[in-house]
Design a protein around this ligand. Sequence first.
Ligand SMILES: [Zn+2]
Length: 414
Amino acid sequence: MSALLWLVLVTVPSPQVVWIATPRGETSVPVTTERGTAAVAAPRLGPPLGVTVVLDGSRVTVGLSGAVFVFQLGAPFVRTGGVVYGLVGEPYVARDTVFLPLHWLADCVPRALGGRYRWDPTSAAGAGRLVELPIASAVTAAAPPGVASVPTLPPTSAPGPVSAPNPITGLRQRHAVVIDPGHGGVDPGNPGRYFPSHLAEKDITLAIGRLLRAELVRRAIAATLTRSTDTLIDLTDRGALCRAACDLFVSVHVNAMPDGRRVDRVSGVETYFLSDAKTEDQQRVAQMENEAISFETGTSSAATGPLGFILRDLQLNEYLRESAQLAQLVQDSASRIHPGGDRGVQQAGFTVLTTARRPAILVETGFATNRTDAAFLASSLGQHKIASAIANGIVAYLLELERKRAIAVPARGR
Ligand SMILES: [Zn+2]
């Protein structure tokens, strides 16, 4: 426990200023932690870096060194050049000013613009330092192919078995996924208003889960189900199945609207990653899926009390970025084939996701309270389409994971 507490203590301090070092001089920019995570006022980055910021509704478009970064207010990720980066912290507006997560400067900018910027976390006064490399040195560094542009660096030192890329997926390493078909046994999940009378959510999630396993195995990815029959597994034990030899955890569910005026009209697919629920709708879904706890008896492996809280908190920060990116890639893929539309990536506090020791997402594959969605999910074709789309999103994530592992020095592999 002492090692754990030490980890907590050393991760708490945040720099009060961040230094921007360019060939034109060195400037300090204040860092605020008013929203819990470190952030900088975007306009303060204007003079030293030449950053441009456009706020349009909830979309924040930031230009830097010829690259365009697109943020959404309140969302912990950013897109640039077709790549989604997860963020620790979210962009927000306070006092008519856009604040951007410090994590974007420290991690995303060097990764996206590796030839131009370097992050130095160990400079004086506890503050981090973003170093803009002189154009000449960036050009020189660009001379050997594949050295200057970090994001396109070919795999050279990936840990684990490396072989020729798989002809279907392009993946080079072995991967394993845990698939969690939601509910089961005495917990039917949502009753499925427009499903055929003998089907409930637990049957649809099991059917999709089995197909997803087959789709992954077809792509040479090992896949395990938390349940392969109509049984109930404790929520906290489901995530625990994804530990050492597991790359990610995906829980499959079917959504339902509560009785009311919008009940039939809402449709579409959405993908959640673990965080505190932000909106009323996100809280509704989290509460609905967490209700399975009321079916569970006996003890489970969940840590409780203050230690459990610290464990979950640490875990949350460690896998937040990865989970956000996994969620985005699976959502992008699933929304392309879904008849009910794209409800986007969401964040909420799902119990089933808190015990996974790896990036974890929960896919709400559609609404049982919508006729079109329900018919799609109850059909063999629809189930195949969803399973195949989730598998493709997982492959996209694993390709990105292999790329990142190849960039990281071998010592950082885990
Ligand atoms: Zn469910």
